[in-house]
Write a protein that binds this ligand. Structure first.
Ligand code: R5P
Length: 304
């Protein structure tokens, strides 16, 4: 490591988030450094940061899908970054985990979002993320004690829909998706509606029958923040197709796709399934990294 510090911002790529880190570094014209994580046979992690950088401010880019497998190594990386002289360290988590566990649904359950946010707040100075699942919390400030910037994928999603879908009708599969549906529909002046969801278990979901008789000439576009088991999307696809409409386009901001979810959703009768590049997946078609880079730039300007 050199003694002279640059005034700019460096980007560190956590394993698995290299493409997002690459895109950010390119957008920010910032130096990019890899973080390596070696797994010992007992699955403990050995984390290494390159010691040849002169960053004073840096971000670690780590999308937090499958968070339990990443968290310890991420914290080791953050602490090592401090040891190497980084004074201001941000976390860019294009997908932020545990936000759906925002209340004690049954007696004895941990409210994971609070603990997760508290641990991250302890190790980082700021957070940038894309469309976190804010449902019962109205802002991240309710759980994070560090400044955060929430990037909305809506402009990128709206641009994709406007370019690819003729006469779109935006449909949210549940009331929680209303915020994304409204923001996106407004940008392209498209009609929209929101269905009602009943979830009886992780993979047991049903949604209400849509009333779309007035939109026979439109292409239904299902939009949700997270596709995890894919059951929410698949239930909505089945209702729409069952109502005699055309196969809906399915758009998710965060492509979690647990187990066989992607295959199951593709086989459910819908049209194209498309996601944003917050989690690397074959369905990524919508690039939100320019928006993330703009948010980082704005945070840096506020700071200076
Ligand atoms: C929850 O309300 C979210 O907005 C998504 O609808 C949900 O996480 C999707 O989960 P799944 O794909 O497992 O049905």
């Amino acid at each position: 490591m050199t003694d002279t510090k640059s005034s700019g911002l460096d980007v560190f790529a956590f394993p698995g988030s290299e493409s997002a880190a690459n895109a950010l570094a390119r957008n920010l014209q910032a130096p990019l450094h890899p973080i390596t994580v070696h797994r010992f046979p007992d699955e403990e992690a050995l984390v290494t940061l390159p010691d040849r950088h002169d960053a004073d401010t840096a971000v670690i880019v780590c999308s937090l899908d499958r968070p339990d497998a990443k968290l310890a190594a991420l914290l080791f990386a953050a602490d090592q970054a401090r040891c190497q002289g980084i004074n201001r360290l941000g976390l860019v988590a294009p997908y932020l985990a545990y936000m759906r566990q925002d209340k004690r649904f049954h007696a004895g359950e941990a409210i994971s979002s609070r603990t997760f946010a508290s641990v991250l707040s302890h190790h980082f100075d700021f957070l940038v993320t894309v469309d976190p699942h804010l449902h019962r919390y109205s802002t991240l400030d309710e759980v994070f004690t560090i400044p955060s910037s929430v990037v909305s994928a809506a402009p990128a999603v709206a641009e994709w829909i406007a370019a690819k879908v003729e006469r779109p009708l935006l449909i949210g599969p549940d009331s929680e998706s209303a915020q994304w549906i409204e923001a996106t529909a407004k940008l392209i002046d498209a009609p929209s509606c929101v269905l009602q969801k009943t979830r009886r278990g992780d993979a047991d979901v049903s949604v209400s029958i849509p009333d779309i008789a007035a939109y026979r000439c439109h292409t239904p576009v299902l939009l949700d923040d997270i596709i995890s088991t894919g059951r929410t999307m698949a239930a909505a696809v089945r209702q729409l197709v069952g109502a005699g409409g055309p196969a809906p386009v399915c758009i998710g901001v965060h492509a979690i796709f647990a187990d066989d979810a992607y295959r199951m959703l593709c086989a459910s009768g819908g049209g194209a399934t498309v996601t944003c590049n917050t989690i690397v997946h074959v369905s990524n078609e919508i690039d939100v990294m320019p928006l993330v880079a703009a948010a980082i730039r704005a945070l840096e300007q506020d700071q200076s």
